[in-house]
Design a protein around this ligand. Structure first.
Ligand code: ADP
Ligand code: MG
Length: 532
């Protein structure tokens, strides 16, 4: 050997941090479990809320899993992976984000116990995969068919989504609005969740919330002389400024002769007049313009009795097009009668803060509708809005594959029991992983009980008992502390809320388990790679 002694080899830059082997795994699991623990207390009708204050001092009070996690600004890489599944759940369904995250946390916790028993992560992963596949099968077995005809079920789905949230106090009304909205926008049984807009108006109470067959645009009329209300509205959507072209205005024009100045101004006026005459010539009595409308154009539009809004966003213009049937026109010269859309009423409504919004009502062919949420404060309305979004998402999800299940912890207990039977058919170590998965499923009913201040051990024993007697709809009544028939009590959820939560929780748990090396690039490297 002598002078050929081995030098340490560095393949990574100096400021790279690295955790490998067991410690990497344990740290990741700990982070994942922590995320689960964080949102756990919010699960279910008796779950608590969280208050999050962001860097600028804005306050959010919410019970919504994904909102909490997004706003917390989580940085740990493994924890972020869990946040991602909440986001996926949110974009796929809208609801069930807490469930997905709590499940993932529990799967990691049980996996850790298996690791302590020297079971290899790949064995756990295989067992978890087998179990998840079976779980989805078992769920299919207890699922019940639902169609748009089953209005009672749709109401129950909406109410279940809103129970215990800010929307609780008016959940009857709000679920009615939700179902009505769904039936309105359904298009040959296909429903786009985003064709139901949820808008807020501070002032009044939740009970004043209403369904508008059309849209609410957060703009007021541009000129006070314009009418406040137009019946039988004929609507033009224009994506061009209604003003003398800015280039012509910007050019420096030196006019010394007052007469020539007058003729210049006259010319301008004539141009604007021409534009307005063109618009009113088509029969339009309402104009939504994506660009500006200058003073003179406002004046002439008002004189013609036309209601106009300016700087309406592109997405609003697109939704207006869907709701009223109007075509968006890029050039006023091209505007014709055929481009106009219709609405029963367009009107300006004053809101609490001395501002006004424009309501476009009675769009008969509306493929976009709006649930206008009223309430005492921004915080209250925002939380109601989130609950309503869950309700809409759940009904759309239920009608997508026409399947629902009873909730209240029942499905998870059902899966747990069937998985334990299934586990017996497996050999050795995988059996342990499937058992761990089965026990993980029980975290949902256990947490529902805990959050309701009930004794989790008793409640789980009773629930287990009911399910072993094939009462597949047995769930926890968090209000009475008894076992109930969740279906009869109207606690109903889309099947896909459960399948999505189980699939993504399993995936992320496995992914975290399989990591044995965490390499944190130093800040310079991170910033370099960002600029690439
Ligand atoms: P998530 O973000 O996962 O949707 P929630 O706080 O909305 O979390 O809680 C959902 C859980 O609450 C589900 O397991 C559901 O079955 C249960 N749940 C909803 N309504 C009731 C009820 N009335 N009684 C018992 N459990 C309920
Ligand atoms: Mg929910």
């Amino acid at each position: 050997m002598g002078d050929k002694s081995i030098q340490p080899v560095f393949i990574l830059p100096e400021n790279t941090r690295r955790e490998s082997g067991k410690s990497a795994q344990r740290l990741n699991i700990a982070a994942g479990k922590l995320v689960g623990e964080t949102v756990r207390t919010t699960l279910g009708p008796k779950g608590m809320d969280k208050m999050i204050v962001d860097a600028s001092g804005d306050v959010i009070v919410t019970n919504d899993g994904v909102t909490i996690l997004k706003e917390m600004g989580i940085e740990h890489p493994a924890a972020k992976m869990i946040v991602e599944i909440a986001k996926t759940q949110e974009s796929e369904i809208g609801d069930g984000t807490t469930t997905a995250v709590v499940l993932a946390g529990e799967l990691l916790k049980r996996a850790e116990e298996l690791l302590d028993q020297e079971i290899h992560p790949t064995v756990i992963a295989r067992g978890y995969r087998l179990a998840a596949e079976k779980a989805l099968e078992f769920l299919e077995q207890i699922a019940v068919k639902v169609t748009v005809e089953n209005k009672d079920i749709l109401h129950s789905i909406a109410e279940t989504a809103m129970t215990g949230k800010g929307a609780e106090s008016a959940k009857k009304l709000l679920s009615e609005l939700t179902v009505k909205a769904i039936l309105k926008v359904k298009n040959a049984n296909k429903i786009d969740r985003y064709s139901i807009r949820i808008e807020k108006q501070v002032g009044g109470s939740v009970e004043d919330s209403e369904l508008i067959e059309g849209l609410v645009i957060d703009k007021e009329k541009v000129h006070s002389q314009m009418p406040d209300r137009i019946e039988n509205a004929r609507i033009a959507l224009i994506n061009a400024p209604l003003e003398v072209k800015s280039t012509e205005m910007d050019a420096k024009i030196q006019i010394s002769d007052p007469e020539r100045l007058q003729s210049f101004l006259d010319m301008e006026e004539a141009m604007i007049k021409k534009i307005v005459t063109k618009i009113s010539g088509t029969g339009a009595n309402v104009v939504f313009c994506q660009k500006g409308i200058d003073d003179m154009a406002q004046h002439f539009l008002a004189k013609k009795g036309i209601y106009a809004c300016r700087r309406v966003s592109k997405s609003n213009l697109e939704d207006l097009s869907k709701a009223t049937g109007a075509k968006i026109v890029m050039n006023v010269d091209d505007l014709s009668e055929n481009d106009l859309g219709t609405a029963g009423i367009v009107e300006q409504v004053k809101t609490a803060e001395d501002e006004a919004m424009t309501f476009v009502r009675e769009c008969n062919k509306a493929k976009t509708v709006t649930i206008l949420v009223r309430g005492g404060s921004d915080h209250v309305i925002d939380e109601i809005k989130r609950a309503l979004e869950d309700a809409v998402g759940d009904i759309v999800a239920a009608l997508k594959n026409n399947k629902v299940v009873a909730g209240a912890g029942g499905p998870e207990m059902d899966i747990a029991q069937k998985l334990l039977v299934y586990a017996d058919s497996l050999s050795g170590r995988e059996q342990l992983a499937v058992r761990a998965f089965a026990q993980s499923m029980e975290v949902i009913p256990r947490t529902l009980a805990e959050n309701a201040g009930l004794d989790p051990i008793d409640m789980l024993a009773e629930l287990r008992n009911a399910h072993s007697k094939k009462e597949v709809n047995a769930g926890i009544n968090v209000f009475s502390g008894k076992i109930m028939d969740a279906w009869k009590e109207g606690v109903i959820e889309p099947l896909s809320i459960k399948t999505q939560a189980i699939s993504s929780a399993t995936e992320v748990a496995i992914m975290i388990l399989r990591i044995d090396d965490v390499i944190l690039a130093g800040p310079e490297i991170q910033s370099q790679s960002k600029t690439i």
